[in-house]
Design a binder for this molecule. Structure first.
Ligand SMILES: O=P(O)(O)OC[C@H]1O[C@](O)(COP(=O)(O)O)[C@@H](O)[C@@H]1O
Ligand SMILES: [Mg+2]
Ligand SMILES: [Mg+2]
Length: 335
C-alpha cells in the first residue's frame, strides 16, 4: 500500500469505483474531516488555547459541558451548514435537530455527531475524539424533522471517528471495509495509513468500567467473572483489561489489536437502556466494527437492527472481537 494516498484521493477513488459513493457524500466527508482537523488544533493547544475546563452549562442529558464539547460542536456545525450537502444535523450536545438555514443550499444527507467523546479525559491530556454518522433523508416529503433521523444503524451511508491522541487518526467506513488516515501536520492532510482493517475473532483483552460490577446484570457478571478466573477458570486463558473512558480510544484499540468493549445496562439507572447514545456513539462504532469483521450487540440484538424511538436514545453496548461478543450475547439468552 502506498502511504501517499490522501483522504481526498481515497474518496475520489471510492466515488469512481462503481459509483461507490456519490460526489455529494464525498464532499460532505471532506468537510467533516476538515472540521476534525480544526478540532485537533484546538485540542493540541490545550491550556495555551484556553480550551480546557468546564463551560458552566449542561447539555440535554444533564451532563456538565466542557468548553471543548461546545467548541467542537460549533466547529462541526459551522463547517457543514453551508456546503449544500446536508438537510440537517443532530448532536449529543444539542437538544433538538439543527436545520440547515434557508440562506444556504439544502442537501439530502443527515449528519449526526458526538462532537467530543471522552469529555472526562480532556483536562488530563488523554485521548479523546469525534464520532460521526451519515444517513440519507427519507424521500417522499418536503422539509426535514426529527423523525427522519430515526433510522436503524443499518441505513448509515458513512460512519467514522477521529481520535485526538498521540496521533490524530481518522477512521472511516462507507460500507466497503474500514480505512485509517493519519493527520500529517506538515502537509495539513489526512494520509491513508491502514486499509481493510480486521479485528481478530478471538481476544484476551476486555474493556469495561469495573467499578460498576455490583450493578451489572447476571450475564455480564458471569462473562467478566469467567475472564477474571483466567487459566484456572472455564476459559482456560488469562485476560488483560483496559478502560480508557473515551469510547473512541477504546474502539480504536479494538480496531487495532482486537478486544471486547462493554458498556452494559446496569442497576444505577434501570429505566435507561444504557449509558451510551445509540445515534452518535453505538451506531457508527458498531458499523465500523462489523465492517472490520467484528460484531456489536446490546446483549440481545444486533445494534444496527435497533429501530430508534428518539434522537437521544441510549443503548447497552457489547462490541469487538466476534467470538467474545457472541459469547456475551449467548449468556444473555441463558446459554
Ligand atoms: O466514566 P464512565 O462511566 O466509565 O464512562 C465512560 C464512557 O462515557 C463516554 O465518555 C461518553 O462520552 P461523552 O464524553 O461524549 O459523554 C464514553 O466515551 C466512555 O466509554
Ligand atoms: Mg461520547
Ligand atoms: Mg460527547
Amino acid at each position: 500500500m502506498s502511504h501517499n494516498i490522501s483522504l481526498t484521493r481515497y474518496l475520489v477513488e471510492q466515488q469512481r469505483m462503481d459509483g461507490h459513493i456519490p460526489p455529494e457524500l464525498r464532499l460532505l466527508l471532506e468537510v467533516v474531516a476538515r472540521a476534525c482537523k480544526s478540532i485537533s488544533q484546538a485540542v493540541n493547544k490545550g491550556a495555551l488555547g484556553g480550551v480546557l475546563g468546564t463551560a458552566g452549562s449542561e447539555n440535554v442529558q444533564g451532563e456538565v459541558q466542557k468548553k471543548l464539547d461546545i467548541i467542537a460542536n460549533e466547529v462541526l456545525i459551522e463547517a457543514n451548514e453551508w456546503g449544500g450537502h446536508l438537510a440537517a444535523m443532530a448532536s449529543e450536545e444539542m437538544d433538538s435537530i439543527y436545520l440547515v438555514p434557508n440562506r444556504y443550499p439544502q442537501g439530502e444527507y443527515l449528519l449526526m455527531f458526538d462532537p467530543l467523546d471522552g469529555s472526562s479525559n480532556i483536562d488530563v491530556n488523554v485521548s479523546i475524539g469525534t464520532i460521526f454518522s451519515v444517513l440519507k433523508k427519507p424521500e417522499g416529503h418536503a422539509g426535514v424533522g426529527e423523525k427522519d433521523f430515526l433510522q436503524p444503524g443499518s441505513q448509515q451511508v458513512a460512519a467514522g471517528y477521529c481520535v485526538y491522541g498521540p496521533q490524530t487518526t481518522l477512521v472511516l467506513t462507507v460500507g466497503d471495509g474500514v480505512a485509517m488516515f493519519t493527520l500529517d501536520r506538515e502537509q495539513g492532510s489526512f494520509v491513508l495509513t491502514e486499509e481493510n482493517v480486521q479485528i481478530p475473532e478471538d481476544t484476551q483483552e476486555f474493556a469495561i468500567n469495573m467499578s460498576n460490577m455490583r450493578h451489572w446484570d447476571a450475564p455480564v457478571k458471569r462473562y467478566i467473572d469467567e475472564c477474571l478466573q483466567g487459566k484456572e477458570g472455564p476459559r482456560g486463558k488469562d485476560f488483560n483489561m483496559r478502560w480508557i473512558a473515551s469510547m473512541v480510544a477504546d474502539v480504536h484499540r479494538i480496531l487495532t489489536r482486537g478486544g471486547v468493549f462493554m458498556y452494559p445496562w446496569d442497576k444505577r439507572e434501570p429505566e435507561k437502556a444504557g449509558k451510551l447514545r445509540l445515534m452518535y456513539e453505538a451506531n457508527p462504532m458498531s458499523w465500523l466494527v462489523e465492517q472490520a469483521g467484528g460484531a456489536a450487540t446490546n446483549g440481545r440484538q444486533r445494534i444496527l437492527d435497533i429501530q430508534p424511538g428518539k434522537l437521544h436514545e441510549r443503548v447497552s453496548v457489547i462490541l469487538g472481537s466476534k467470538n467474545e461478543v457472541e459469547r456475551v450475547t449467548a449468556y444473555h439468552s441463558g446459554l
